[in-house]
Design a protein around this ligand. Sequence first.
Ligand code: AMP
Ligand code: ZN
Length: 303
Amino acid sequence: MCIDCQSFLQGLIGKGLLIETGIDGLYARSGDFEDAVTRFDALVTSFGGADGAEIIRFPPGMNKALFEKAGYMKSFPQLAGTVHSFEGNDREHIGLLDKQSRGEDWTALQRATDIVLTPAACYPLYPIVARRGALPAGGKLFDIQSYCFRHEPSKESTRMQMFRMREYVRIGSPDEVMQFRATWLERAEKLMSKLGVPFQIDVANDPFFGRAGKILASSQRDQKLKFELLVPIEDATNPTACLSFNYHQDHFGTLWDIKQHSGDVAHTACVGFGLERVVLALFKHHGLDTASWPASVRDALWG
Ligand code: AMP
Ligand code: ZN
């Protein structure tokens, strides 16, 4: 398969690594793709697994009331996805099927459930931590993973609508969480060097919505609250964020009333690994056949 002869996405689909569903950004994945995801996930654990994190794995949906309180619709309404379901009677059911058979919009006959799709792995974590009361001395560290949804349909293989995010999340004093982020910025360079892909780390911002969002984004950059580790994948001149390193200051601590052992409000930081994106970076730079990847890369993942 010649990946230079056609778009990267078409190459991945042609090789069967990604399987089309008819929706941009929504793909099934082959055994080889998933094997690489599993091995990368394990490589992350080999760097962070000895830190004593509490492991939590989330379902792809979260409590709508908590999502509302988190303020997601204020910042990223364009990305959110909600779960709706039919709650009507027999007559309304016939009406729904009629609309469907005429090719009309039948979804308005559904109602919003209490579940929304999780937009980032750490969103459901903070209310869980808050519910437990003040943090122990030294704060807490979590190892989390979730499927995430973001409504950003795209022909770029790296911009999926449903993807997995592995994170480490540190909750504690400002010093503790800043130290955590600095440690992971260093570790990430070592980790990604093992994978033999070109990368750079740069200041970044989240895609806050609207005019007010522009101000939030530039303040986030000015304060260096977000860094990304970028790898050229789809576009050599516009590399793709594969890892992100976020310092939320006391934003979530105040919002959810998470207290340090001292009683002061907790600060939080997280490092996020886009599992599909890292694997796409590997396929881009080492080819579509994992058996032909360089020995050092195979050793780092499968050794
Ligand atoms: P963010 O919360 O935007 O910093 O995202 C955390 C990580 O998730 C990023 O560094 C990416 O690796 C990954 N990610 C974000 N958006 C997408 C997407 N649309 N498709 C695949 N991976 C994504
Ligand atoms: Zn996070």
